[in-house]
Design a protein around this ligand. Structure first.
Ligand SMILES: *[C@@H]1O[C@H](CO)[C@@H](O)[C@H](O)[C@H]1NC(C)=O
Ligand SMILES: *[C@@H]1O[C@H](CO)[C@@H](O)[C@H](O)[C@H]1NC(C)=O
Ligand SMILES: *[C@@H]1O[C@H](CO)[C@@H](O)[C@H](O)[C@H]1NC(C)=O
Ligand SMILES: *[C@@H]1O[C@H](CO)[C@@H](O)[C@H](O)[C@H]1NC(C)=O
Ligand SMILES: *[C@@H]1O[C@H](CO)[C@@H](O)[C@H](O)[C@H]1NC(C)=O
Length: 417
């Protein structure tokens, strides 16, 4: 038997087990147990994780930073993704001047131990505050739910119970947890389009897939953001590149209208633009074998409950308000962001928490952003934990992933079973 045949049999067996589990789940549709399609324990933390004690060589001054210098720092950058071409020479010059003085100030504070993160010129440094708005895209997320879920998720209504159940069955979450890198896909770049909610959601779904599907790995799994961007337009508070009104509306759409599946990136390539006429049919909706069945939404989640969700699922979608720490984010290079505002009313950005820990007595969240992997710490940032920094500990969403009825798409987009 060739290894290929072998793999195919394994696929079939896993698939049948998947369908079996799905049937069991369906038969218990209205029971709380429905949530727990597998064991209730926490994931194993990344055994290799080491906190890189941030000791940057370049916290020095950037006296003469100009566009040319910045571009030389990022020789492989596709600058068309930044929206820089829409700025005048004067604007770019002024933005960089402001940024240099901010970076110097922040790095001085870092060196003197007054702050725990450091900055440097990033590809976003040149944008200024106005253009930075396009890097986010959560419009007016309310701190509290209005109580109106368009998708009547039984889980959403029971979400407090869900957290309680995790804590009861799995015990207190570990003091430190890091989702294994093998379950984390590359940090993507939303570009000049306010699609942060889509990117943060897809990141959470991908990691959810990888915690469940041993046939895939982080280089083979890449789901298409563009499908949500194009197809869900204005359906439930989703406004394409202009942003989304809340963290869960794309999930509603995905579950209600797309059977919980997304195509792969190569089947629907991200263009940074919404193209309403280009919504793939459901037949292209093949997927790598696992689908989004439902989701948990927890409001006022708080630090401890959030750690439980992160350690259980590996990736949790959250919102935060970064407008009061915009420059810190724009120029962030490493360390733990502590420029927190605790008076946020509404979030304006969506990200995915994938771990937590503490160093030198400072507790942090490990967070995946969608500004490319050449921003921050390989596309990730750390932010202070336990103080609701920017409102990050307020609303948490976890997609619930279950096995589906096909394992992998064939070249012609049909499902291989
Ligand atoms: C965590 O969740 C439990 C169960 O829903 C709830 O009773 C508790 O108040 C929550 N803790 C915090 C700090 O919000
Ligand atoms: C993918 O997983 C491997 C380990 O299996 C890890 O070394 C690599 O960094 C991961 N890739 C990304 C982009 O995180
Ligand atoms: C990921 O999967 C692909 C295709 O199955 C395989 O070729 C590759 O070696 C895998 N990578 C890792 C790090 O396991
Ligand atoms: C917000 O932070 C300020 C300064 O650290 C503090 O004085 C204030 O009490 C905090 N407000 C709330 C609501 O926690
Ligand atoms: C973010 O918080 C600031 C300060 O509380 C507030 O002025 C601003 O309106 C918030 N941004 C959004 C998009 O809600």
């Amino acid at each position: 038997m060739s290894p290929k045949d072998h793999a195919s049999i394994i696929s079939k067996v896993i698939c049948m087990v998947g369908i079996f589990l799905l049937l069991i789940n369906l038969s218990e549709q209205f029971k709380q147990e429905d949530l727990d399609d597998d064991d209730l324990g926490y994931l194993k933390t990344d055994p290799q994780y080491v906190y890189q004690l941030t000791n940057p060589e370049n916290v020095d001054l950037y006296y003469n930073l100009d566009e040319k210098m910045l571009k030389e720092m990022y020789p492989n950058k596709d600058w068309s993704l930044t929206g820089i071409d829409k700025l005048s020479e004067e604007e770019k010059k002024e933005n960089l001047e402001q940024v240099v003085s901010f970076i110097n100030q922040q790095n001085k504070a870092y060196k003197e131990g007054r702050s725990s993160f450091y900055c440097g010129p990033t590809h976003l440094s040149i944008l200024g505050d106005k253009k930075m708005a396009h890097r986010k895209g959560l419009i007016g997320q309310r701190r509290l739910f209005t109580g109106k879920f368009s998708y009547q998720s039984k889980i959403a209504r029971f979400s407090d119970e869900y957290v309680k159940k995790i804590l009861e069955e799995a015990g207190s979450p570990p003091d430190e947890f890091h989702t294994p890198t093998s379950m984390l896909t590359r940090a993507r770049n939303q570009g000049h389009c306010g699609a942060c909610v889509i990117f943060a959601l897809v990141a959470a779904i991908e990691t959810g897939f990888l915690t469940k599907n041993p046939l895939l790995n982080n280089s083979t799994l890449n789901l298409a953001e563009q499908t949500l961007l194009n197809c869900a337009f204005e359906s439930q508070g989703d406004f394409g590149c202009k942003g989304a009104e809340n963290l869960w509306s794309y999930l509603d759409f995905l579950i209600e209208e797309r059977e919980g599946n997304l195509p792969l990136e190569h089947q629907h390539i991200y263009t940074q633009k919404q193209e309403k006429d280009d919504c793939p049919s459901l037949t292209v909706n093949c997927h790598p074998g696992v689908k989004v069945k439902d989701y948990v939404a927890v409001q006022n989640v708080g630090e401890k409950n959030l750690t439980a969700l992160v350690a259980k699922h590996g990736a949790v979608l959250v919102g935060l308000n970064i407008s009061t720490m915009q420059k810190s984010f724009q120029n962030y290079k490493g360390g733990i962001i502590d420029a927190c505002s605790n008076v946020t009313l509404e979030a304006d950005h969506a990200v995915t928490i994938v771990g937590y820990g503490a160093t030198n007595g400072i507790k942090y969240w490990d967070v995946k952003n969608s500004w490319g992997d050449d921003w921050g710490e390989n596309g990730y940032f750390k932010i202070k934990r336990g103080t609701n920094c920017g409102g990050i500990e307020e609303t948490a969403i976890v997609p619930i992933i279950s096995w589906s009825d096909c394992i992998k798409p064939n070249d012609d987009n049909t499902c291989k079973l």
